[in-house]
Design a protein around this ligand. Structure first.
Ligand SMILES: NC(=O)c1ccc[n+]([C@@H]2O[C@H](COP(=O)([O-])OP(=O)(O)OC[C@H]3O[C@@H](n4cnc5c(N)ncnc54)[C@H](O)[C@@H]3O)[C@@H](O)[C@H]2O)c1
Length: 266
């Protein structure tokens, strides 16, 4: 379990949910971790848990919509750990709202966190990686980049943008030995999704009815794929968005598997 021995990874939004699962996975593989998150309390708790695993870990409080703060975070990481090998662009937000009622402020905030923040984190860290001979960037997109959830227009648009960003930066920066890919997760019951459930913007039965594996995803399943994408086992994968969603993106209709069950004669 030493695939990231002596390597340094930044995980934005790493204090909880999918980001924290990725931080734990990378720490277990020997990486030093910088949690870069807007929530100080959550970041401190995450760092404590990583240190209890024996990992070298620290945090930096950041709002990734502020490019100056991104430069400060990048400098903090190189001062503290000496380099940056891996960036996980994981921080993201969503706020359900019918598009007819959406405010400019809400549209801007979601775009600024999900797209602008991810782009400038990649650029700031990418400059450091380029000087040091290379690195890997994994961005967390969403199944909503292809399969739309109504009432989440800016989220869906921003995540489709992550797929495009991954393709273009993957193509431009491969020559600097910076390998860039994205993961589009399906439905994982983190606090982001719990909020959607409590607002009745989504419901559990709907979600399970379009899932070929008929269950929620696990944070660890996303972390396992992130580990693969930053490892030497995926060196020919560049600029791709990989859907990790139990088959949701196959696009089956709700409850479509009932037909198979009812008509399976074997
Ligand atoms: N949970 C799912 O089902 C699901 C599915 C597809 C994609 N995703 C994506 O996975 C990523 C992680 O989501 P999650 O489900 O773990 O949600 P989460 O809300 O638990 O975690 C998001 C993290 O991002 C941080 N963050 C938010 N705004 C920030 C900012 N401006 N600057 C720095 N940090 C900020 C939060 O503090 C939090 O720690 C997001 O990009 C999300 O869009 C989640």
């Amino acid at each position: 379990m030493n695939r990231l021995k002596d390597q340094v990874a930044i995980v934005t939004g790493g204090s909880q949910g999918i980001g924290f699962a990725i931080a734990k996975k990378f720490a277990a593989e020997g990486a030093s971790i910088l949690i870069a998150d807007i929530m100080e309390k959550g970041s401190l708790a995450a760092v404590k848990a990583l240190r209890e695993m024996g990992a070298n870990a620290d945090h930096f409080v950041i709002d990734i919509t502020n490019v100056e703060e991104i430069y400060e975070m990048t400098k903090y990481c190189t001062d503290k750990f000496g380099k940056i090998d891996v960036l996980v662009n994981n921080a993201g937000i969503q706020k359900p709202c019918p598009s007819m009622n959406l405010s400019e402020d809400d549209f801007d905030r979601i775009m600024d966190v999900n797209i602008k923040g991810a782009f400038f984190c990649a650029q700031a860290v990418g400059r450091v990686m380029r000087k040091n001979g290379g690195g890997r960037i994994v961005s967390i997109s969403s199944g909503n980049s292809r399969m739309m959830s109504v009432g989440r227009a800016p989220y869906c648009i921003s995540k489709a943008g992550i797929n495009a960003m991954t393709a273009i930066l993957g193509a431009e920066w491969a020559m600097y030995n910076i390998r860039i890919n994205a993961i589009a997760p399906g439905w994982i019951k983190t606090s982001m999704v719990e909020r959607g459930l409590s607002l009745n913007a989504i419901n559990e039965a709907q979600i399970l009815s379009i899932s070929p594996v008929e269950r929620w995803g696990k944070e660890e399943e996303i972390a396992d794929l992130a580990m693969y994408l930053v490892s030497d086992e995926s060196t020919y994968i560049v600029g791709q968005t990989i859907f990790c969603d139990g088959g949701w993106s196959t696009g089956i209709l709700p409850n479509a598997l009932d037909y198979i069950r009812e008509n399976d004669k074997m």
